[in-house]
Each structure stands twice: as C-alpha cells, then as structure tokens.
Design a protein around this ligand. Structure first.
Ligand code: 13P
Length: 341
C-alpha cells in the first residue's frame, strides 16, 4: 500500500469546489432510469448517455471523479476512445463500483447484506490496470421499530472494512458507503440515531482491519426526516443534525465526506450541502457524490435523442456548477433559475 498516493487521490477527489458524479448504476438500475424517459436500455444507449455526460465541456471544473460500472470502465465512446480515457484526458479520475449489490440478509426480515468480497482482490488488480483509482461499496440499512438490527449494522461494517482493506492493498481509494435509507415516516432524531450507530460500527471495523483512514472517503446519507414523515425538517435543521452526527462519529483523519443524494430532490441535495459548508470550516471536506441529484435534469432533457445532447449536457453542467458552489457555501436559490449555461 502506498498511503501517500491514496491520500493524494482522496484529496484530489474532494478538491475545492469539486465533487464526484456517481454514474455507476447497475444494468438493472439504469434500465429503471431509462424506463422513466421511455428509452430502451442497450449497450449502445447506455454508452451514448454516459458519453454525453463525460464529454460535457466545463464539467471538469466541478467534477473531480466519476464512479463507473464495470461495463462502462471497459466501454469505448462512439469514436473508439475508451470512455475512461475521455475522463482522464479532462483530469477527471475514473472510479469503479465493486460491490455486487445488497442481498437479503439471512434470518433478518427486511434487512440486507452487501455481497462481492469473493474474488475482489483479483478484480481490483484488473480495475487498477484499467485505470480506476478509487472504488465504491454500498451497504444499505432501513430504519424501523427494531431496525437497523445490530446484526445488520455489524455484518455490513465488517464487509465494508474487508473491501476497504483490499482496495488499499491495490492502491485504490475505497469510498466507504453506508447508506441509511431515508424512506418512511421516521423523525430527524431517529435518522440521527441510526446513522450514528452505523458510523460507529463502520469506524470500529475499519480500525480493527487496519484501514488507513487518510486513504479513504466516506459516502453517507444525510440525516433527514423520513420522506413520508409529516412536518419534515428544513434545510438548517438537516444541516445541524447531520453535522452533529458526523462530528461525533467520523475521525478527522478522513479527508472527505462525499454525500449521496439518496432520493432527495436536486435542489434539496444542493441546499443541504451548501448549508453545511456555510457552517464550516470542518475537519473534513464536505462534498457530493451524487447520482440522481446530478443526472436527473440531464436524463429528462436527453430523452434518448441525439438532437437533445447539447441540452442534456447544459442541464448536467448547470447542476454540477450549483453543487460546486455548495462546496463553498456560496449557492443561493436564485442560482437555480439562471439559464442553464
Ligand atoms: P444517489 O445520489 O442517486 O443516491 O446515488 C449515489 C450512489 O452512488 C448510490 O450508491
């Protein structure tokens, strides 16, 4: 393991004003996204869509890295340039999703365990050869009367740490992603409690499995009232509750916390990040690793039509720019209505 390389990569991914684009939807998930705009998901349409995002001029000012799915890391643009090289030629770091998905956890109704450790060392070696410099592994937890269970919290923490240690051996920065799902009617306090328990277990396992925190990034949920809760917490409350949990549970050695959007609206995801950064400086960089919150307007503008590529790129760039502003607490709601550049 080369800790200096890992630390440099981690810091580059959370460089000032920049964050990560999560474009690592599995084949099943991208199909759902395409279904929403009536586009068939084929190898070519997936390539066309991701190529338009990666070619968007100026996105590199706000996007430090892109998380890819296995297919995309190996795929070529329409003109034959490998997509990963398209990214690196703009100074954007290619990353790779390496988990095999969240599967039902045995004897634990309603809970999941993320799979994908078997053969991971070999896959990481190949991914490194293909140019991936960071990776992602996502664990999910639900909030309920008795959930998440200690069983689910600790088995997923153990797997996240095993993944992280293997990544570091391969000089790949592990993005550790424990996502406490924010569906349901839970309160802000319940979200804070579940998120705190999950983080405590994750950092215990990372420590016990000798993972060097300086060569990692954390990709968590924000602390929110459940999406179906009444009287949901506003932006300032969310920012304060989220910061309180992370101050308590995330060591300062971690270079950055890159939030997922997790089904928030684009505007909420940006406003929440902005509010947290406006309360800074913090021990870690607070950034984004958004999937839906960066891509939704672009997907809608694209509709699978070549004549819409420029409009889709403008929509993506606009969102990237606003999230870039949220990195320094300089985003305002008025910027939303500015004509997509
Ligand atoms: P969302 O921002 O759409 O939640 O996606 C981020 C991600 O990578 C989830 O694993």
């Amino acid at each position: 393991m080369n800790l200096e390389t890992l630390n440099e990569t981690a810091k580059a991914l959370v460089a000032e004003g920049k964050g990560i684009l999560a474009a690592d939807e599995s084949t099943g998930t991208i199909k759902k996204r395409f279904d929403s705009i009536g586009v068939e998901s084929t190898e070519d349409t997936r390539r066309d869509y991701r190529e338009l995002l990666f070619r968007a001029d100026g996105a590199e000012d706000f996007v430090s890295g892109v998380i890819l799915y296995d297919e995309t890391l190996r795929q070529d643009a329409a003109d034959g340039t490998p997509l990963r090289e398209l990214l690196s030629s703009k100074g954007i770091i290619p990353g790779i999703k390496v988990d095999m998905g969240a599967k039902p956890l045995a004897l634990a109704e309603g809970e999941t365990i993320t799979e994908g450790l078997d053969g991971l060392r070999e896959r990481l070696t190949e991914y490194a050869e293909l140019g991936a410099r960071f990776a992602k592994w996502r664990a999910t937890y639900s909030i309920g009367a008795e959930l998440p269970s200690e069983y689910c919290v600790w088995t997923n923490a153990h797997a996240l740490a095993r993944y992280a240690a293997l990544c570091q051996e391969a000089d790949i920065v592990p993005i550790v992603e424990p996502e406490v799902l924010q569906d349901g009617e839970h309160s802000l306090e319940e979200s804070a409690k579940a998120t705190g328990r999950v983080l405590e277990a994750v950092y215990t396992e990372l420590h016990d499995q000798r993972v060097e925190l300086r060569g990692t990034l954390l990709k968590p949920n924000m602390v929110l009232s459940g999406y179906s809760a009444s009287g949901r917490a506003g932006v300032d409350e969310v920012a304060a509750a989220t910061l309180e949990v992370f101050y308590r549970h995330v060591p300062a050695a971690v270079p950055g916390i890159v939030f997922l959007s997790g089904g928030q609206t684009d505007e909420d995801a940006t406003a929440h990040l902005n509010a947290m950064n406006a309360l800074g400086p913090h021990p870690w960089q607070l950034s984004f690793s958004y999937g839906r919150a960066l891509q939704a307007p672009a997907l809608k503008a694209w509709q699978g039509k070549p004549e819409n590529v420029a409009a889709a790129q403008a929509a993506y760039l606009h969102r990237a720019k606003l999230n870039g502003a949220a990195r320094t607490g300089s985003y305002t709601a008025e910027m939303e209505s500015a004509v997509a550049a």
